[in-house]
Design a binder for this molecule. Structure first.
Ligand SMILES: *Cc1c(COP(=O)(O)O)cnc(C)c1O
Length: 413
């Protein structure tokens, strides 16, 4: 018998469609932003129900351009969550503004009450992050934003396929100013590296478009028509954030599979929840009430007081059983770079800091097989049972052991 192979934390699903489209792009002679990027944008726009979209070379670029386009800068404060990837906070610093951290709710999303508590005369914008693919409490966030005339830029890096109140996150019917998606290799759909900015404001969308490519405008000036197609003018100090057609070739086909991906992620998440829910040592993610979870991540919280090992040791035990797990996220205040300002009273996030040592993200992606999912469940149960302060009878996830005996065993201290 061969040794079971390692189940990585993530493995992208790339089909022959993506490969053929990339090869077609390479053979076409047009590699950078062109017809395939236009097609990807058009299909993304109608999928989301968005007003304006622009494909970019990362989700970070999308967040950065949203803030730059809204002319947020020095002296301004932007409120976001501590439980996010560093990019969300880095872009606030890139435009010269001051990041302010609001604490989180038990589900990992930003707490609207905490946002309200952090608002000052300098606050200009809120960046909620749809953590793990579960929609934030947007109605409460929009209500705070309306009251204080703040911009809302959604970090939807986890949320391609997430719905809020019956519509896609980023849809034109919602009041947010802009929404940033990421197509990094581990995200719900990928272009290797890539992103998309979605906006409902016409003037913001135009500024973002100009800033995304060196601040160059080709069509705002009559001179362009007089001089010819070689002519352009630089209007602003812009960036180089465009997506190539090679990347869009991948994105076109990934997007067409996104609904199936969300369905498969949901099925796997349901199996995890069903097979692990009897373990009091684990707190499992709850289903969402006001939308559709895209299940970008399946984040388990350990009840550490019931275990003899730490989260780090738990992940190591999974690795010994050939399972890759990860942590989302190391809270912003714990990174050395952000030390300078996170000690301030208005950046204290006790809920996030208490949750951090408990967090483990289990593998969850469409290219996983049911057999691999079963191996993860068995490994997690093994580790829990071995290092629980309770004593367990040796019961597996699909065990036919008499129920009365197994539940008695599980409860015995
Ligand atoms: C991945 C991620 C980003 C950044 O996206 P990139 O495409 O990698 O630049 C931003 N915010 C969150 C929450 C993310 O997970």
């Amino acid at each position: 018998m061969t040794e079971p192979s390692f189940i990585p934390f993530h493995r992208p699903e790339i089909g022959e469609e993506e490969i053929d489209e990339v090869v077609g792009t390479l053979r076409s002679g047009w590699l950078t932003t062109g017809v395939r990027t236009e097609q990807f944008q058009n299909e993304f726009q109608s999928y989301i129900g968005a007003r304006h979209v622009l494909a970019l070379n990362s989700g970070t670029a999308a967040l950065h351009l949203a803030l730059a386009g809204l002319q947020i800068g020095p002296g301004d404060e932007v409120i976001t969550t501590p439980l996010t990837f560093c990019a969300t906070v880095n872009v606030i610093l890139h435009v010269g503004a001051t990041p302010v951290l609001a604490d989180i709710q038990p589900n990992g999303n930003i707490d609207p009450q905490s946002i309200a508590d952090r608002i000052t005369a300098q606050t200009r914008a809120i960046i909620p992050v749809h953590f793990a693919g579960a929609p934030c409490d947007m109605d409460a966030i929009w209500s705070v934003a309306r009251k204080h005339e703040l911009f809302v830029v959604e970090d939807a890096a986890h949320a391609a396929g997430t719905h809020y109140r019956g519509h896609h996150v980023g849809a034109d019917c919602f009041p947010s100013d802009a929404t940033a998606f990421s197509f990094y290799a581990t995200k719900n759909i990928t272009t290797g590296e890539g992103g998309m900015i979605v906006s409902k404001q016409d003037d913001l969308a135009l500024r973002i478009k100009i800033l995304a490519l060196h601040g160059i405008s080709k069509d705002a000036w009559n001179r362009y028509r007089e001089e010819g197609s070689w002519y352009y003018e630089v209007l602003e100090n812009g960036f180089k954030y465009n997506l190539t057609d090679i990347q869009s070739a991948i994105g076109i086909h990934q997007l067409r599979k996104l609904e199936r991906y969300v369905q498969e992620r949901t099925r796997f998440a349901e199996i995890y929840s069903q097979e692990l829910c009897d373990l009091p040592e684990l707190e499992l993610p709850s289903p969402v009430k006001d939308g559709r979870h895209s299940w970008h991540l399946y984040v388990v919280r350990l009840n550490l007081e019931m275990l003899t090992i730490s989260r780090g040791q738990f992940i190591e035990e999974l690795r010994k059983r050939k399972i890759g797990a990860s942590v989302h996220f190391i809270p912003i205040p714990l990174h050395p770079f952000f030390k300078e300002w996170v000690h301030l009273a208005h950046n204290q996030c006790p809920v996030a800091l208490q949750m951090y040592p408990r967090l483990i993200s289990l593998p969850l992606y469409p290219s996983m097989s049911d057999e691999e999912l079963r191996r993860v469940i068995i490994a997690v149960r093994e580790v829990v049972e071995k290092f629980s302060k309770h004593r367990y009878l040796p019961v597996g996830p699909s065990s036919t052991v008499d129920n009365a005996i197994s539940s008695e065993g599980a409860n015995a201290l």
